[in-house]
Design a protein around this ligand. Structure first.
Ligand code: GUN
Ligand code: ZN
Length: 430
């Protein structure tokens, strides 16, 4: 008989959409619990109730630790792990100076395997249990990533980054090979264990119309797959897109006209959107992925979280490693708060937490499996220490509710705040 384990601590769960409804959509238990069996959450609620319902369960006490779903990072580039925090460039120069030379190194499968392992171990340390990642143009970089995730039991989504122009020799495929390689990787990995394959044209400037068309065809043939790309990140980039696609109505249209706009599409950044783009994204139910540390680090601009939320867009949160400057979804929530402040609409901690878990899981169409503590979901969770450093502890000491107790950890916390990380019920950190 398989064992049931009760994890006791504080819990926060969401009844509804906390991005839209704020803290009223959240439920806090000072003495809460989750019951885990066979890698799944089988019950959640007050500790006393769960103890009575599961008298034979083994009990793990986390004290005042806060049990939360593992964080979900909806947009990252694992191959950029080594070049995170590279100085002094904006998007296009940054790609040419730091990113492309580093991505070139992934022609070596051993290097790809080494970085994939290092990256996923960093995620576990930071409490992130699911990520949607770009790989490089090399199919072996995709194999390396999925193999490393499988070895850790992690639910991940990823795909081969496709580029057939405006990238250096050695980092370009073709419309044909991008289609063939992506299709082969999709057949190999999509739905294998906890892996999801993501169709991945990098962004319009590095794809010919023929390649975008091929990616659109592949998505139409595999409508259950996610598709990820970048949209309207920097004003120079948008001007470049307009010069490359003079017939397009706007940046989004360079995807839309090739069948690359849809409900399972994830559009990273989406900072400088025109009204038509906002309308079409919402009508399509597409996901906008907010990458706040990247907004500031590579100087892109300020995502309109409040405005896009008010108009009913689907929104997720992400690090954008390594254009983003952190692996931590805590630091990412902090940056989202700061950008909200600069726009005059600071998000509530409940909204930030929802974005980093359930919201991102929804953008990846995985919220039935990860991103929450409700029974039936996979047991990917973390325990946060809300007093992990002296600076945080002294701020938390005066907290009068759970949000005041959590907010210093959001603003000042890092991997030290993550006391433990569990994947499918198995402890991988702590
Ligand atoms: N646009 C196209 N490629 C990239 C990338 O690797 N990072 C970011 N931040 N933006 C991009
Ligand atoms: Zn990106």
């Amino acid at each position: 008989m398989t064992e049931t384990i009760l994890h006791l601590g504080q819990t926060i769960r969401f009844d509804g959409d906390a991005l839209r409804d704020g803290p009223s959509a959240a439920r806090h238990e000072r003495h809460g619990a989750i019951a885990v069996r066979d890698g799944h959450i089988v019950a959640a609620g007050p500790a006393d109730t769960l103890r009575a319902e599961h008298p034979g369960a083994r009990v793990e006490h986390h004290g005042a630790g806060l049990i939360l779903p593992g964080f979900v990072d909806a947009h990252a580039h694992y191959p950029q792990t080594g070049i995170i925090a590279s100085w002094g460039k904006r998007l296009i120069d940054w790609l040419e100076t730091y990113t492309f030379p580093e991505e070139m190194r992934f022609a070596d499968p051993a290097y790809a395997a080494d970085v994939a392992a290092r990256y996923l171990d960093l995620l576990i340390e930071h409490g992130t249990t699911t990520v949607c990642s770009f790989c490089t143009i090399h199919p072996a970089s995709v194999d390396a990533f999925f193999a490393a995730a499988e070895a850790r039991g992690m639910r991940v989504a990823a795909g081969k980054t496709c580029m057939d122009r405006n990238a250096p020799e050695g980092l370009r495929d073709t419309a044909r090979s991008a289609y063939d390689d992506s299709a082969a990787l999709l057949a190999r990995w999509h739905g294998r264990g906890r892996a999801d394959y993501v169709i991945t044209p990098r962004f319009s400037p590095t794809s010919t119309p023929e390649q975008l068309e091929a990616m659109g065809a592949l998505w139409a043939e595999n409508p259950g797959c996610l598709m990820q790309t970048h949209l309207s990140e920097q004003t120079d980039e948008i001007a470049w897109v307009k010069s490359l696609f003079p017939e397009a109505r706007d940046y989004l249209d360079t995807y839309e006209r090739f069948g690359l706009l849809g409900e399972r599409g994830l559009y990273g950044h989406a900072i400088h959107l025109e009204p038509r783009e906002r309308d079409r994204l919402r009508e399509a139910g597409a996901a906008l992925v907010h990458c706040p540390t990247s907004n500031t680090f590579i100087g892109s601009g300020l995502f309109d979280l409040a405005g896009l939320t008010a108009e009913g867009q689907r929104i997720g949160l992400a690090t954008d490693t390594g254009g983003g400057s952190s692996f931590s979804m805590l630091r990412t929530m902090a940056a989202a708060y700061e950008i909200g402040q600069l726009r005059g609409t600071p998000p509530h901690p409940a909204q930030l937490l929802w974005l980093a878990t359930e919201g991102s899981a929804r953008t990846m169409h995985m919220a039935d499996r990860v991103g929450g503590l409700e029974p039936g979901r996979e047991a990917d969770f973390v325990v946060l220490d809300l007093a992990s450093t002296p600076a945080i502890a002294q701020a938390t000491a005066r907290a009068e509710d759970i949000w005041e107790a959590l907010f210093p950890t959001i603003m000042l916390g890092d991997d030290r705040a993550v006391a433990g990380t569990w994947v499918l019920g198995r402890r991988l950190k702590g």
